[in-house]
Each structure stands twice: as structure tokens, then as C-alpha cells.
Design a protein around this ligand. Structure first.
Ligand code: PEP
Ligand code: MG
Length: 753
């Protein structure tokens, strides 16, 4: 490939480009020379430059179209083939342009005889500034080399615009090369928290002014060094496999290694620098191409491969950006990561060095969200156009509470946020001080505060917040952050690590709860009309028991000689629990048959998440060892309101007479059946909701780490008997919510919320 015919043309173009760029001629003159040079080097009948002015694309220079069309032909932002290239930010290479549905005929240009069309975007940081086009009479498709050459020219053109080379062309001032105004992007807060910091791009851009390299040999050496470092770091990942935590499996890393050593990737990059590009520009060009091919790929495997290659391009860019470091960026200590989306392994690579994460995509139960929560940093997602609005080093305020990002904020905004952060720090200190204080109400009710966890990272919080154990360990997280099904050995390892870290504190492992909104990409599943009401959690576990059996086996093995608590999600009728328990007993017998002594103590419990099982608690007496209410699901099914749909999720209130009556009923049923009962949904971690639960007689609450401090502070100031009387009196309320009444009472009683 290195000796392909186009390569020579690219080099000639680069040399001539440089000559043109460096003259002191007026901008229009430079553009005119540029188009005629490209047309002749590429043997094209036409070469035109369209630049964006406001919401139109204006023809700025042409060779081959009628000269009088220059500055007269103006296309609407999304008009014609030029609009299509700008819209998709991808090259368009077609043999028969007039036949294309998006072709827009402009008589003043005289373009009718031209059939072949190649347009590439003039783009930087995902912002499109214009389109560069070549056309030929003969209907033909341009070669890969030709596309590459034109992309290179577009890159250099972009630099010229950025460097103010066209400053004397009226109207171009509005081209905002580097965003500088304050902006507020509204998205969704997926992980709570506030952060003020500086933007670090997960997909860095080549620095402006560095498209050309003066010394190709030096660039090649830089490229070699960076490539070597990227490869070395992948090798190290394979040897030291941080696997269990990152979930990045060996197979995936091996694929990565293979791609990193792929000859065509390297030779393409090399060709770029030999043609006169800087190493960064060559890497950026490769990335643009991989991205375009990924977006265009119909085939899932090819798309996946292009995605991996793009990831490698990013690693290479990072290696080039921090020549002394590893392939990670040298991060400022207030880094806020900016990315389109990010996988769990990559996010864990940055780990504790981040203050927050801002994404264009992301989701409430996405892997990145799970990890951000475990790291205790805010994650705001669904920030449209984020990549195009931020540059590395920009100041950013990230608000996980409101789900927004403030880019380059005004000083007043920063001050306001600094005050909010101060308040949070002060509270955190207060919570830390009460860490070892007993969780007992003013009138002596002892409450057990437990932690919800799902990764090893979460387990570290146990001691930090002073929780008495793990009330809910969501085992599916290991499955969700993995690229493939975790092996039994990996499951055993995680469960033993968790038990070891918890020491004497009990851990309740919830078996795999997938399906619904928790999808495992590597497990094929049929699309269901109503996934939340579908084949999920224990329903799946009982029907396809292989997975559940393996998991139970792993739990039994990890808990050898220890206290093991297992609970099953979404039990709907008692028989499901009976079957699941039988499966556990069988696995225990198998282990014992192999000479293992098994756990010192085994308890098996039921999650109350489907309203039906609340009416089956009496059947569970003597069969189950404990119950735990998952209020997230229980309320979703109680109110028939999707917990993940913001339009309805906040419409109904757990702090309402019907829900509280239901919770009182469950507590009474559990007491009658002699079964210990806890609450492990999000409600348990919110002070006002926790107050109502304690008032109803609940004394075991399991919650995210951030909830422990506020809930403990609330209950230590609470008279549970008095609260009980208030909640009882509100059970007859006819209003849709009694939240305000409860808050007013707490306020009057000086119960901090
Ligand atoms: C719940 O439903 O309340 C619960 C704790 O389980 P999850 O949130 O994992 O569905
Ligand atoms: Mg649930």
C-alpha cells in the first residue's frame, strides 16, 4: 500500500499546499490557487471550496465551475450533496451525482456535465466549517488514496481558517474556531455530585497549528515511540490483567493487541507523516476515517472492529500528547472527562484521577454510570453536541444533581458552585464525625444501616461510612461491566474478595438480576414488548438454570467456612423461591459431596419487588430466612409507572397513603411470619423516606454509600414513636402525596433532612 499511486500525489499536494499557505497573498488568492492546484494534482475537472457562513454554505473558490458563481452560490446548511457531507461529517464518494436524491442543481455553476463527486468535510472537534469538493465528468468512484489526499487538504484548510488566514474575507469572522463563550448544556444527571474542573478530552484533537510537520523523520520517530508505548501498555494490561475490576477480558485485550500490531494501521499512519503531516494529524486522519467507516458499516463485526481501531487511534493521540507518560493523558488534578461515551474498562483506567464525567451519550444504568457511582463522582450524560462545544482545558462545572454542564462559566456561576461544594464538604465532614456514633433514634430504636454495592470499588466505602454490612450486593454489575460472561473462577474471586473486605460484617448477595433494563450485550435475548414485565431476574434464572447454578456454586465456594446470605430478585410467587432454594440446597449437597465443608452459615432470602409476593409472605414462613424490599421495583409495579421513564417515574410518590399502607402491611406480614425484613431500594437512603420507614417499624435499611451519613444524622435526631404517630395519622390522607406534611413535621421537630 505504501507505494500506491496516490501517495505521490499526496506528497506533491502537501508540498504545494505549504507553499501556498506560507505566501502573504490575500486570502481569496490563496484559495484560488489552492483549488486549481488540487484539481491539477488530482486530475479533477472541478475543485471547489464551500465555507460555512452562519446557516449557509457559500462557494468561496472554484476551479472548473463558472467563476461568477463564487460568493454567489449559497446553499442552505443541509442543502444538496455539500449539505449532506456537512450533516454527516463524512466523505461522500459517488459516481453519478446528478442521480443522487440529495443533488441540488444550481444553474449558475454550470455543473451539469459532472458525474463523479467527492466531498469531504472541513472539520475540527466535530464542528464542520465547510466542505471541499472535487468533481469529474467521467462517472467514477474515487480511490481510497484520493479520498485520503482530499481529507488531508481539508485538514490543512481548517488550520488556515483557524489561524485567521482568511481574516480579510468578510463575513468569516463569525466562524468560531475555538468556542469561547459560556454555555449551558442540559442533559441528564446519571451519577450525583458536583465538580468544578478542567476538560480533558477522552478523544484528544491534534493541537491547532500542527498539521504540517517540518521534519518528517522526526515525526516518524515520534510516531514510532508513541506506537511502541501504546503496544507496551496493552501488553502490560494483558500480563497484569486488572481483569476482575475492569471487566476487560483477555480475549478483548488480545484482539486489541492484534489490531495494535496491524500492519495496515501502522503503514497508513506512516504514510501520513511521510506525506508531511504531523504525527497527531496523521492519527487524527486515521481516526476520522475509522469513525466514518464505523458509522457506515452495516456489519456488526466490522463496526466493532472500527470502534476498536478508533479506540486505538485515541490511545495513540494520548500517547503523543504526553510524551513522557504512559498512554494515559497527564491529567490535571481537577480533570473532568469529556467523551462521546466510554466503556467501563477505560473509565476505570482513569479511575480516581477524575472529578467528573460528561458524556454525549450515557444512560441511567450504563456501565459508565455504575462505575462513576462507585467512584463517587458525578456523571452527566445526554449532553448534545458536547464534543463540538468543548476544547481541552476549558473550565467546566458539572452538576449531577440538575443534570447539566456549564462550559466556560461566568465567574458568578463558578462562585455559586464553589459555595455549593463548600456546603457539601462541610456536610461530608459532619458525616465523617458521626461515623462511629450508634445508629439509634432519640427514643432508643436501634436501626441497622447497610450498604448497597456491586463492585469491589463500592466495598471500600463500608468502613468509610460506617455501615454494618452489605444489605444488597448486585452481582449483575460484574456481568454488566464485562465484555463477556465472567468465568466461574472470576465470580469466585470477586465474591471472596468482597467477603474478605467485609470481614465480620454480613454481605447479602443478590443473584443475577438481568433482563428488563439490564441487558448483557453478549447474551442474546429476544426483544420483548415490555421488558420490565418480561423474562427477567429469577424468571430467567429458573428457566435457564445453568447460569444461576454456576453463580450459586461460585457463592458457595467463595463463602467456604463463612456466613453466606443469598437473595433472589423479583420473586413473584412463593413457589419460585421454593424452587430457587432447592437449587441452592442441591449445589450445597454437590459441594459437600466433593468433600467441601460449605459455608459456616447459609441464609436464603426473598426480595419483595412484585406486589403479588407481599400477599404470599405467610407461605414463606419457615421456608425463607429473610425478606428485603426492593422499593425501586416494588413501587414501579405498585404504581404501574416505569422507574426509568422520567415522564412517569416521579409522578407517584412512595410517601403517599396507598404506598405507606402497603409498606405497613408488608411489615406486619413479615412480623407474623417471623421473618426479618429490610429495605434495600433507593428510598432507604433518602432521609425523609427513611424517616417514614422507621416510623412504620422498619429497622434495617440498605442504601448507597452517600445515603448513610444523611440518614444516620436524621435518625439520631428522631423520636421514632412520635414519627410513628404522625405517619399513622397520614395514612388516611386523600392527597396524592404526604411528602410536604412529613417534611413540615420533621422541620418542626428539628429532624435534619
Ligand atoms: C430495587 O428494585 O429496589 C432494587 C434494590 O433492585 P434494583 O434497583 O437493582 O432493581
Ligand atoms: Mg429491583
Amino acid at each position: 500500500m505504501t507505494t500506491a499511486p496516490g501517495t505521490g500525489a499526496a506528497r506533491v499536494i502537501m508540498r504545494k499546499l505549504r507553499d501556498i499557505v506560507h505566501t502573504s497573498e490575500p486570502a481569496q488568492e490563496k484559495l484560488n490557487k489552492l483549488v486549481s492546484m488540487i484539481a491539477s494534482a488530482m486530475v479533477a475537472d472541478v475543485c471547489s471550496i464551500y465555507l460555512k457562513r452562519g446557516i449557509i454554505h457559500e462557494l468561496f473558490a472554484t476551479e472548473g465551475l463558472k467563476p461568477e458563481a463564487v460568493h454567489r452560490t449559497r446553499l442552505k446548511e443541509n442543502e444538496g450533496l455539500v449539505g449532506l457531507v456537512a450533516e454527516t461529517a463524512r466523505p461522500l464518494n459517488i459516481a453519478d451525482a446528478p442521480q443522487h436524491p440529495r443533488f441540488s442543481y444550481r444553474p449558475e455553476t454550470g455543473e451539469d456535465p459532472f458525474n463523479a463527486f467527492l466531498g469531504v468535510p472541513i472539520v475540527r472537534s466535530e464542528r464542520v466549517f465547510g466542505v471541499l469538493v472535487v468533481q469529474n465528468r467521467a462517472a467514477r468512484v474515487y480511490t481510497e488514496e484520493e479520498v485520503e489526499s482530499l481529507q488531508t487538504v481539508a485538514m490543512v484548510l481548517m488550520e488556515m481558517v483557524a489561524a485567521g488566514n482568511f481574516g480579510d474575507l468578510s463575513g468569516l469572522q463569525e466562524v468560531e474556531v475555538r468556542p469561547s463563550r459560556p454555555e449551558r448544556l442540559v442533559g441528564k444527571g446519571f451519577a450525583d455530585g458536583l465538580a468544578i474542573g478542567r476538560a480533558v478530552l477522552h478523544e484528544p484533537h491534534a493541537p491547532l497549528g500542527r498539521a504540517f510537520a517540518d521534519d518528517p523523520a522526526r515525526e516518524e520517530a515520534r510516531l514510532d515511540a508513541a506506537l511502541a508505548r501504546v503496544r507496551k501498555s496493552i501488553d502490560e494490561h494483558i500480563t497484569n490483567d486488572p481483569g476482575r475490576l475492569s471487566g476487560q477480558s483477555r480475549e478483548v485485550l488480545e484482539t486489541f493487541r492484534m489490531l495494535a500490531n496491524d500492519h495496515s494501521w501502522e503503514s497508513r499512519l506512516k504514510r501520513g507523516v511521510r506525506d508531511g503531516l504531523s504525527a497527531e494529524a496523521a492519527a487524527e486522519r486515521a481516526r476520522a476515517e475509522h469513525r466514518a467507516r464505523m458509522q457506515g458499516a452495516q456489519n456488526a463485526i466490522l463496526r466493532e472492529q472500527m470502534h476498536d481501531l478508533e479506540d486505538l487511534d485515541n490511545r495513540l493521540m494520548r500517547a503523543l500528547a504526553s510524551p513522557d507518560g504512559d498512554d494515559k493523558l497527564a491529567l490535571p488534578d481537577d480533570a473532568i472527562l469529556i467523551a462521546r461515551d466510554i466503556g467501563p474498562a477505560e473509565l476505570l483506567d482513569y479511575g480516581e484521577r477524575l472529578r467528573g464525567v460528561a458524556l454525549e451519550e450515557g444512560g441511567a444504568s450504563s456501565h459508565a454510570t455504575i462505575i462513576a457511582k462507585a467512584l463517587g463522582i458525578p456523571l452527566v450524560g445526554r449532553l448534545t453536541q458536547l464534543g463540538a462545544r468543548v476544547e481541552a482545558g476549558d473550565r467546566i462545572v458539572l452538576d449531577g444533581e440538575r443534570g447539566e454542564a456549564r462550559l466556560r462559566p461566568e465567574p458568578e456561576v463558578v462562585i455559586a458552585y464553589e459555595q455549593r461544594l463548600e456546603l457539601r464538604y462541610a456536610q461530608a465532614e459532619e458525616f465523617a464525625r458521626q461515623r462511629d456514633a450508634p445508629a439509634v433514634t432519640r427514643d432508643g430504636a436501634e436501626i441497622k444501616l447497610l450498604l448497597n454495592a456491586g463492585l469491589m470499588l463500592d466495598v471500600q466505602h463500608l468502613g468509610e461510612v460506617g455501615a454494618e454490612g452489605i444489605g444488597l450486593f448486585r452481582t449483575e454489575f460484574q456481568f454488566m461491566v464485562s465484555e463477556r460472561l465472567p468465568r466461574t473462577a472470576e465470580q469466585i474471586q470477586l465474591y471472596s474478595d468482597v467477603l474478605a473486605a467485609a470481614g465480620d460484617r454480613p454481605v447479602t448477595f443478590r443473584t443475577l438480576d438481568v433482563g428488563g433494563d439490564k441487558v448483557l450485550p453478549y447474551m442474546s435475548s429476544e426483544r420483548e414488548e415490555n421488558p420490565a414485565l418480561g423474562w427477567r431476574a429469577l424468571r430467567m434464572g429458573l428457566e435457564r438454570p445453568a447460569l444461576l447454578r454456576t453463580q450459586v456454586r461460585a457463592l458457595i465456594e467463595a463463602a467456604e467456612g463463612k456466613h453466606l446470605r443469598i437473595m433472589f430478585p423479583l420473586v413473584t410467587v412463593a413457589q419460585e423461591f421454593i424452587d430457587a432454594r432447592e437449587l441452592v440446597e442441591k449445589e450445597l449437597a454437590v459441594a459437600q459431596g466433593r468433600g467441601r465443608k460449605g459455608p459456616a452459615k447459609l441464609e436464603v432470602g426473598v426480595m419483595i419487588e412484585a406486589p403479588a409476593i407481599a400477599f404470599g409472605i405467610s407461605i414463606l414462613a419457615g421456608k425463607a430466612d429473610f425478606l428485603s424490599i426492593g422499593t425501586n421495583d416494588l413501587m414501579q409495579y405498585f404504581f404501574a409507572a416505569d422507574r426509568a421513564n422520567p415522564r412517569v417515574s416521579d409522578r407517584y410518590d412512595i410517601l403517599s397513603a396507598p404506598a405507606l399502607k402497603f409498606l405497613r402491611f408488608i411489615r406486619e406480614e413479615a412480623a407474623r411470619a417471623g421473618l426479618p425484613l429490610s429495605v434495600c431500594g433507593e428510598a432507604a437512603g433518602k432521609p425523609l423516606e427513611a424517616m417514614a420507614l422507621i416510623a412504620l417499624g422498619y429497622d434495617r435499611l440498605s442504601m448507597p454509600a452517600a445515603g448513610v451519613g444523611p440518614v444516620k444524622r436524621m435518625l439520631r435526631n428522631l423520636d421514632a414513636q412520635a414519627a410513628h404517630a404522625v405517619v399513622e395519622s397520614l395514612l388516611t390522607s386523600e392527597r396524592p402525596s404526604v411528602r410536604a406534611d412529613l417534611a413540615a413535621w420533621a422541620n418542626a421537630e428539628n429532624v435534619p433532612l
